[in-house]
Design a protein around this ligand. Structure first.
Ligand code: AMP
Length: 425
């Protein structure tokens, strides 16, 4: 028998309702903030991510799912080999789509959201999969600190709408490209002297992507990092001011946050504000979501230089927290029809069709179960009402309607049943 691929998950019918609740809540909140949905493809040219995330980013170096693609003719008879990959994240795809479809020219400032699967070749563990799902957004076309505040408040409101409590918002500013270089130099100076004491991964990061050392979870690295006494001195006056405005704006909206100078995020495209939202319930993989500004990416991918910011939540992690906090999915009303005998079956199937036409969710038994078996099935399906039609009911021209919560039964006509059930909430 075939098995699912390691790091992937079957989302079974009993779980799907919680997925739908999260998706519906997200759509509601995104629309309150006037974000429009975008659905870019799941596959992109691998080069798009090398270029945007940076060659040294872990996602690019180790985690890309490259797709074996056929060579494509470039129109001059030679065939070029294209490297495709399953998208590891959506920001780069969305900026590509924004430019390729001229949204920059048509709309200028644009607010987009997306919901869908991402793929990373990671070592699977709790809360870390190879195929996982993001709910995220991107606001492209502004450098205004008010937008950073809106985006963080949007993330905060989404979590409230999901009914998640006790999360922590951490923020930091990486500054502009020049500031990032300053920070890199400051870190290089202090960390190079301690190279031998760092973990093997961090020793490599020193040369390739030193900022990444800051969010290493290794104990010995953490001890060294704690003593660094980082401040925001590497920020230029403009970036310092921008960060100050963001912090004041969050305070104004009463959104709790901590400044974490160790928060850097691993990708090249981040500038200025970065943020991460964590939850203790998640254990070692504690990030529910993360994001930040990427003011150089649009120009890097061929557009006019402009500011942008976005974030993404991991849906599987949102669900881990909602389940551990005991949220119950409210079951939808289902009417289960049980018929006994040929005549009852015919009348019942007609009633079933009428109920569905009236927008009543209804089902029946297709396995020729006994009355007892069919009642058990109605219970398993958490039906709110059962309709039974047997010979007696046919003679009397009624149906038996049973409320599964109270156990109450009543004999009523088919017209009455339709009226009663379509009027319920
Ligand atoms: P990132 O793009 O890495 O900042 O991810 C944003 C969010 O997606 C994280 O905070 C996680 O909630 C989630 N996430 C990232 N990678 C994975 C993964 N491999 N498995 C499950 N969720 C993930």
């Amino acid at each position: 028998m075939f098995k699912r691929i390691i790091g992937t998950k079957d989302i079974l019918p009993e779980e799907v309702s919680s997925w739908q609740e999260i998706e519906e809540a997200s759509r509601r909140v995104f629309s309150l903030y006037n974000y429009k949905e975008i659905r870019p493809p799941l596959m992109e040219e691998a080069g798009l991510f090398n270029r945007s995330l940076g060659e040294t980013a872990e996602v690019v170096q180790k985690q890309m799912f490259l797709v074996n693609s056929a060579p494509i003719s470039n129109g001059k008879q030679e065939k070029t080999k294209q490297f495709y990959c399953l998208r590891p994240e959506a920001t780069a795809s969305i900026v590509r789509a924004y430019l390729e479809n001229h949204l920059d020219k048509t709309f200028g400032f644009t607010k987009l959201y997306y919901i869908g699967p991402m793929f990373r070749l990671e070592r699977p563990q709790k809360g870390r999969l190879r195929e996982f799902h993001h709910i995220g957004c991107e606001a492209i076309g502004s450098l205004d600190a008010a937008l950073d505040i809106e985006v963080i408040s949007l993330a905060d409101n989404l979590l409230k709408e999901y009914n998640i409590k006790d999360y922590k918002i951490q923020i930091n500013s990486l500054g502009c490209q020049k500031d990032r270089k300053n920070l890199t130099a400051i870190l290089g100076k202090s960390l190079m002297q301690k190279k031998e004491q760092l973990c093997v991964d961090c020793q490599q990061r020193l040369g390739r992507n030193i900022l990444r050392v800051l969010d290493c979870k290794n104990e010995s690295c953490r001890e060294i990092l704690i003593k660094l006494e980082l401040s925001d001195d590497y920020l230029c006056p403009d970036c310092k001011m921008h960060f100050k405005q963001v912090k004041e704006g969050l305070e104004n909206l009463k959104i709790g946050y901590n400044v974490n100078p160790y928060l850097v995020r691993g990708l090249d495209y981040y500038t200025r504000t970065v943020f991460e939202i964590t939850h203790n319930e998640l254990g070692s993989q504690d990030a529910l979501g993360a994001g930040g500004r990427y003011d150089n990416l649009v120009a890097e991918l061929g557009g006019q230089s402009t500011g942008a910011i976005g974030f993404a939540f991991g849906v599987e992690r949102l669900l881990l927290v909602t389940r551990s906090q005991g949220h119950k999915v409210t079951s939808k009303n289902l009417v289960y029809l049980i018929t006994l005998g040929k005549e009852a079956r015919q009348q019942g199937l007609k009633l079933l069709a009428q109920m569905r036409q009236k927008g009543i969710s209804a089902d029946t038994d297709y396995e020729e179960k006994s009355l007892k078996g069919a009642m058990r099935r109605a219970n398993d399906l958490a039906a709110s009402q059962v309709i039974i039609i047997g010979e007696d009911e046919i003679k009397k021209g009624v149906v038996l309607l049973k409320d599964m919560a109270t156990g109450e039964q009543s004999e009523i006509t088919r017209d009455q049943v339709l009226r009663q059930l379509s009027g319920r909430t």
